[in-house]
Design a protein around this ligand. Structure first.
Ligand SMILES: Nc1ncnc2c1ncn2[C@@H]1O[C@H](COP(=O)(O)OP(=O)(O)OP(=O)(O)O)[C@@H](O)[C@H]1O
Length: 241
């Protein structure tokens, strides 16, 4: 479970308060759709939650541990339970999906030398199957569609044992069908693997359809925090006005 109290972020260079006293609670296995107009602080919120960005103030509790009180080493260990999915996954385009995923499960040097046991190979293939990529496992990453590349990134996160995935617009740039498929995958993973996913979404309809929780940000404030469903016009006005 994640509990955040009064998260505030000011960038020292500009003095701009980008996030203002944001508080929420998220249970394990939730799929949170984070929506809001451009420049309202969605990426900054995701980066703060994944500790890629420092907090100006606030309290952060994850699995009953107060993250705001722990040292650098503990924070680094904590981050290993989390994965950050970029809009465009950083994959080795000349390597197969399988080889891209392998180092997330076995040490890099063993993956490079091919020193992989049958058990490890089966586990990696099993995870590729879970994200619907079994048939494309040996396909070079450059041959995979945008949606399939996102699935490779998800398989990597799952193999690393990620309990929380922060996804920065994972369906941006995908055609509508691919976007729906990625969202279905993410939803499936939340339910089956009990992974929590916090996902920036530009398409409100997808958030309404797939998210179990919707957060609306407006000028750095959380103006809507509701269970996933169609938003009322009033809620849309609060977020997008
Ligand atoms: N490193 C930084 N230093 C100073 N200001 C920043 C920095 N990063 C972001 N900002 C500012 O913070 C505000 C929120 O930016 P952010 O990228 O979080 O918004 P967003 O909602 O994700 O936007 P978009 O939907 O366009 O990606 C913007 O005004 C931006 O200029």
């Amino acid at each position: 479970m994640i509990i955040v109290r009064n998260l505030t972020k000011t960038f020292p260079a500009t003095g701009q308060e980008v996030l203002s006293r944001i508080s929420f609670q998220v249970d394990q296995g939730e799929l949170v759709g984070l929506v809001g107009s451009s420049g309202t602080g969605k990426t900054t919120l995701l980066r703060c939650l994944s500790l890629k960005e420092s907090w100006t103030s606030g309290q952060y509790i994850y699995d009953s541990k107060d993250i705001t009180q722990i040292g650098l080493l503990e924070k680094w260990k904590q981050q290993r339970h989390w994965a950050y999915l970029e809009e465009k996954p950083a994959l080795n385009r000349n390597q197969s999906a399988y080889k891209n995923v392998l180092p997330s499960y076995v040490p890099y040097w063993r993956a490079m030398l091919g020193l992989v046991s049958t058990d490890e190979r089966v586990t990696v293939m099993d995870y590729l199957e879970r994200v619907g990529l079994l048939d494309q496992a040996l396909e070079k990453a450059e041959k995979l569609s945008g949606g399939e590349q996102q699935r490779v990134a998800v398989a990597k996160a799952l193999l690393r044992g990620a309990k929380v995935i922060f996804a920065d617009e994972p369906v941006s740039g995908l055609d509508p069908e691919a976007a729906e498929n990625v969202m279905k995958d993410l939803k499936h993973i939340c339910v089956k693997e009990k992974v929590t996913i916090i996902c920036i979404m530009h398409q409100l309809e997808l958030a309404e359809k797939y998210a179990s929780r919707i957060w609306g940000l407006n000028e750095g404030r959380m103006v809507v925090d509701i269970a996933g469903r169609r938003l009322t016009q009033r809620e849309k006005n609060l977020i997008f006005s």
